[in-house]
Design a protein around this ligand. Structure first.
Ligand code: SF4
Length: 722
């Protein structure tokens, strides 16, 4: 709340930050944002967190980048837009001509608007024939996307936030919702208050602020939770709690290659009996049995997870197995029973997963590798058959690795800060130093902006218009309420201008975000992600609409795959109550996924696990929230946080300067101690602080399928410096 005069008009909008996608009301005094409050009519019912309540302060930061800059003699100096765009065009043309489409790339963000990601994706894949389109969502939810697609045949969660109001058991694993998705946590707490039968189970190596409020807290050791999920499935099978009626009608079983029977699946689970795995997990067999029974026997169980599951070398298997827990118990397709992966960024779902702005995807769930999907998109985009290259492009780590090796020579980075957020950071920064980088940014002093050869001032939040799609498939509009600062332009305008200069005016024919949205929503019609009924006019008046939404009179879909869903019903076999319409036979898949030990494990040489995450008052790499004094003061500078027993064993105390070493390198840091939230054997570090680049030592091991890096499990040693 600020005091810049009275509110002259209120406007509904969406929070700029996280994937909760809270509806906010913005109070404007002419072109000044003077008040922010939660939108009572939106899904979050007026509840917002401290970050959202201070959105106005970021808008007022005096540190905004206001003019384009070009690097000359190692220094960024002011230029005109014309100079900057001409140089960018020249460099990309040169590389395309001399080194081919694979020598260029686009690195985007789950914070770009849908119209911006869609345009970049179309321009690079259909215009420049380069599939090197990826972005920071690869770092946060690629495993969830693959997990859903493999299990249900289609990406994005089947359920919705509304399920919180119906669930009897909450199973939170790898989610610190208290700090990372506060309005959802508050909704869970309200549900618990309303019904004494409600139980909250939290599985996490750290005793987070979420874990503190759990009815049952299960402190598994880092990197081991595949053992736990399989063990829970084993207990459910042993207790006869598999819903054989549901499974018989709606589920196939697979070992990952071939179909298997339910009996073969049960046999696979025997290796995970609680007595066999509990020691390795660091818990007791009884704890596993208790939570498995609670999960299966509850009236409605809702799982919520986020980076603790996704950012893992077994991220896809973990996601598959969470989905499996719901399928084998029939805890799905009814209110309150659903697997719901939470999202980190405001538009990672809508802007990147749905638009297909990743190296292996095309819009609306289509795959680059499938000829039929490429042909469909070529027809829809009106480009000759064979335009889209058949080989997927470089995923995030591979794109920056390509810069190190010299294979990727020029890239456009928008709305993202990989120089701080990539793991094994020093290595990938070498690539940023070598390649020709055009960086579109709102501030000049971000870690990535330092590597820019051309720095373009970008419009922020209500300085532009477009659509965000949050966790539960809900599309919401942000209206433009003021002009950009200085000479800043929206990323959409930059991309359209760039397309024209690159001779792609016939491909990118639309001139405004509204025209772009209309093109995109119409092409969704031929897919199972159909949201063609979500018009701009509806977005302006309604409080977001959840897809599928196949016609303008369709209210949107709260839950997928259930009878009564008018869209899913189009695909329903008369004998099936439930239909997983992404699968040819309408059946979801339960995978027998083994636990495979990761390379990062503790040893005599490196006796502690480092795990990274967020704190409530800071968001991502802190480029915005670090500029808000109130948020900054409450977070304080980045630290390595130890349990007192580990600090004692390492001979360090609060405030000591230490050197932390991992297989990826060394860095210095300061010790903090927390008895309340850290557990023995685990050191925590948040990654928001630019002066404390913890990703320098974080391992870049990644899931082999989703290519999402593991930020949660790095073995470290500690040396006291002073
Ligand atoms: Fe914004 Fe996320 Fe906070 Fe909601 S929870 S106000 S979307 S930062």
């Amino acid at each position: 709340i600020v005091d810049e005069g009275p509110v002259k008009s209120w406007h509904k909008s969406v929070c700029r930050y996280c994937g909760t996608g809270c509806g906010v009301m913005l109070g404007m005094n002419k072109d000044k944002l003077v008040r922010v409050r939660g939108d009572q009519e939106a899904h979050n019912k007026g509840v917002i967190c401290i970050k959202g309540s201070m959105l106005d302060k970021v808008m007022k930061s005096p540190e905004r980048l206001k003019v384009p800059k070009i690097k000359k003699n190692g220094k960024l100096v002011e230029s005109t837009w014309e100079e900057a765009m001409e140089l960018m065009t020249k460099k990309f043309k040169e590389n395309l001509d001399q080194n081919g489409p694979t020598s260029i790339g686009f690195y985007g963000s789950g914070q770009l608007l849908i119209e911006e990601s869609y345009t970049a994706n179309k321009l690079f894949k259909a215009g420049f024939k380069s599939n090197n389109v990826d972005g920071n969502p690869r770092l946060c939810m690629a495993s969830a996307a693959v997990g859903y697609t493999q299990t249900f045949g289609k990406d994005e969660p089947p359920g919705a936030y509304e399920d919180i109001d119906h669930a009897e058991t909450f199973f939170l694993i790898g989610s610190n919702a208290y700090e990372c998705h506060p309005p959802l946590w508050e909704r869970i707490m309200l549900r618990k208050k309303a019904d004494p039968n409600v139980k909250i189970i939290v599985v996490d190596p750290r005793k987070t602020k979420t874990a503190v409020h759990a009815d049952v807290y299960v402190p598994v050791l880092p990197g081991k939770d595949m053992l736990l999920l399989n063990s829970m499935c084993c207990v459910i099978a042993e207790l006869g709690l598999i819903d054989e009626d549901f499974v018989g009608k709606y589920v196939n079983f697979s070992d990952g290659k071939n179909k298997i029977t339910l009996d073969e699946y049960k046999k696979f689970l025997k290796d995970y009996r609680p007595e066999k795995v509990a020691d390795e997990l660091g818990i007791t067999p009884r704890q596993i049995r208790e939570i498995a029974y609670q999960f299966a026997s509850s009236k409605a169980t809702m799982s919520l997870w986020t980076m603790g599951i996704n950012q893992r070398v077994q991220g896809v298997f973990l996601n598959n197995t969470l989905n499996s827990l719901h399928l084998i118990t029939g805890q799905i397709c009814k209110p309150g029973a659903t697997p719901l992966s939470l999202t980190g960024q405001s538009n990672a779902c809508g802007g990147v997963r749905d638009t297909g702005s990743l190296a292996h995807l095309l819009p609306n769930g289509r795959l680059i590798a499938k000829e039929q999907h490429r042909n469909e998109m070529e027809e829809l985009w009106k480009v000759p058959k064979g335009t889209i290259a058949p080989k997927p492009g470089r995923h995030a780590l591979a794109m920056f690795d390509g810069m190190v090796t010299g294979d990727v020579k020029a890239a456009l980075i928008m709305c993202s800060n990989p120089a701080q957020s990539l793991p094994n950071n020093r290595y990938y920064r070498e690539g940023m130093e070598k390649a020709f980088l055009v960086v579109s940014e709102i501030f000049e002093d971000t870690e990535t902006a330092k590597f820019a050869d051309i720095l373009l001032p970008a419009a922020l939040y209500i300085e532009k218009e477009g659509v965000y799609g949050q966790t539960e498939r809900r599309y919401q509009i942000i209206e433009k309420l003021r002009e950009p600062v200085g000479q800043a332009r929206s990323d959409f305008d930059i991309l359209v201008d760039f397309a024209n200069r690159m001779g792609q005016g016939k491909l990118i024919t639309y001139k405004t975000p509204t025209e772009c949205w209309d093109e995109y929503r119409i092409i969704s019609k031929s897919s199972k992600y159909d949201f063609s009924g979500i018009t701009r006019e509806r977005l302006r008046t309604e409080r977001g609409i959840q897809w599928p939404c196949p016609s303008e009179d369709h209210p949107g879909t709260v839950r997928r795959y259930i009878k009564g869903d008018p869209f899913a019903d189009k695909h329903v076999d008369a004998n099936h109550k439930v239909h997983f319409y992404g699968k040819p036979d309408g059946k979801a898949v339960v995978f027998a996924r083994p636990y495979i030990a990761g390379k990062e494990d503790v040893s005599e040489e490196r006796p502690l696990f480092l795990t990274t995450g967020r704190v409530i008052s800071q968001w991502h790499t802190g480029t915005m929230t670090f500029r808000v004094p109130e948020l900054n003061h409450s977070a304080g500078p980045g630290r390595f946080v130890f349990h007192p027993s580990d600090a004692g064993a390492q001979g360090v105390k609060k405030g000591d300067k230490i050197e932390v070493e991992s297989s990826r390198g060394k860095m210095e840091g300061i010790v903090d101690i927390s008895r309340d939230h850290e557990t023995p054997g685990v050191v925590f570090a948040a990654f928001y602080d630019q002066k404390f680049l913890v990703n320098n030592v974080v391992s870049d091991d990644h899931d082999p399928v989703s290519k999402e890096p593991d930020y949660k499990v790095t073995a470290i040693s500690v040396k006291k410096l002073s």
